[in-house]
Design a binder for this molecule. Structure first.
Ligand SMILES: NC(=O)c1ccc[n+]([C@@H]2O[C@H](COP(=O)([O-])OP(=O)(O)OC[C@H]3O[C@@H](n4cnc5c(N)ncnc54)[C@H](OP(=O)(O)O)[C@@H]3O)[C@@H](O)[C@H]2O)c1
Length: 344
């Protein structure tokens, strides 16, 4: 069996803001045979994530954990799809699978102990839209839940600040913080996003950070009694402003630093005296640190959705050719919630 496959590649390493010219859609036939031991998946949803930009760079600390993307080659990415041919007993035609696929129409893989592709009906969470298994019941949920509960260790009544709060991870963290009995403020780049945080997602307050000339004073206004927990998604001057407003024994979960991904010269310069004298903990983490708890998280999060206690926000583009623009949108703040591409 042979299928025509199209895949998205970068033309060269990308060191700054990505643009459409950095990408190309290439074609290559994929051949599957019954004796191959391989599984052929028709991809249906692809995840669009900021970390891919760091993989596109020639050098990045992220390459310690995630492989560099080679110009011209396929780009592995989380996704969901349907098995169209299988030479392996574990998978059969028609199975819906979720895991590390690629930005392409079809992905072929040979199952082994390292395969990060599971069947959706393996989880107790079937019945939700397929897209949920990539975001809220996938890596975004694992990042938000593990990052908030395991790294931030929230207590009722604590004051929590979330940056990139209307995004895939941030929108979940803010809601988990409310469910944990915390006071939560988020920031985002438009009034529509601020309204979403306050009116639909239940944040106690929210503000447009682009309209604040002085982030330290803005945070002082929203947190007159200081911040106990900061869920860091952006880095840069936001981290500096937060540290100045943090309480003793505050915790910073360093999830991402998107403001720094597009600019090598832009780095947070945290005041270490704040860290020392306030006994602040800054801890970086990686979603897959929580992989052994993934099923547990999926069950908890699935129940919260079913009970109407957790709102899911998705932002879906159509067609493989929209992958580059969907990806670029992340760095322009144009997405609201989990950014996905739906394939035909
Ligand atoms: N540690 C891990 O394992 C892990 C896993 C998943 C994600 N992450 C990280 O978590 C963060 C959020 O990821 P996500 O998938 O949920 O993406 P997302 O928040 O859905 O999308 C990115 C958002 O970041 C904000 N942003 C973009 N450029 C910015 C800038 N220069 N300054 C401030 N904000 C900017 C934009 O929202 P605004 O409207 O707020 O500007 C944009 O919508 C990223 O840093 C990502 O790399 C880490």
């Amino acid at each position: 069996m042979e299928v025509e496959n199209r895949y998205v590649a970068v033309r060269h390493h990308v060191e700054r803001y990505p643009s459409e010219e950095d990408f190309e859609v290439k074609a290559a036939a994929v051949g599957w045979t019954p004796g191959s031991g391989e599984v052929l998946v028709k991809n249906l949803y692809l995840s669009i994530d900021p970390y891919q930009l760091n993989r596109m760079k020639r050098h990045s600390a992220s390459h310690h954990s995630v492989e560099v993307i080679v110009p011209g080659e396929r780009i592995s990415a989380y996704g969901a799809g349907e098995v169209v041919a299988s030479a392996c007993a574990q998978y059969k035609e028609g199975d819906v699978v979720v895991g590390v696929l690629a930005w392409e129409d079809y992905t072929m893989f040979r199952p082994d102990a390292t395969t990060l592709i599971g069947k959706v009906d393996d989880a107790s969470s079937s019945g939700f839209p397929m897209s949920y298994h990539i975001g809220v019941l996938g890596t975004s949920g694992m990042t938000a839940y593990g990052g908030f509960y395991e790294v931030c260790k929230p207590q009722r009544g604590e004051k929590v600040f979330v940056s990139a709060a209307s995004g895939s991870v941030g929108s979940l963290v803010g809601q988990f913080a409310k469910l944990a009995g915390c006071y939560v403020v988020g920031c985002a780049s438009t009034q529509a996003k601020v309204d979403l945080l306050k009116d639909k997602l239940g944040f106690d307050d929210a503000f447009n950070y682009k309209e604040e000339p002085d982030l330290k004073s803005a945070l002082k206004k929203y947190f007159p009694d200081g911040i106990d927990i900061y869920f860091e998604n952006v880095g840069g001057e936001m981290l500096e402003a937060v540290l100045a407003n943090m309480n003793a024994y505050g915790r910073v979960a360093v999830c991402g630093a998107i403001a720094e991904y597009t600019d090598r010269g832009r780095r947070a310069a945290p005041d270490l005296l704040e860290v020392i004298y306030k006994r602040i903990t800054l801890r970086g983490f990686f979603a897959f640190d929580f992989v052994t708890k993934f099923q547990e998280y999926v069950e908890i999060i699935g129940d919260l959705i079913t009970e109407g206690k957790l709102q899911v926000v998705e932002d879906i583009s159509d067609g493989l050719e929209s992958v580059p623009s969907a990806f670029i949108a992340l760095f322009r703040g144009e997405n609201v919630g989990k950014k996905l591409v739906k394939l035909a």
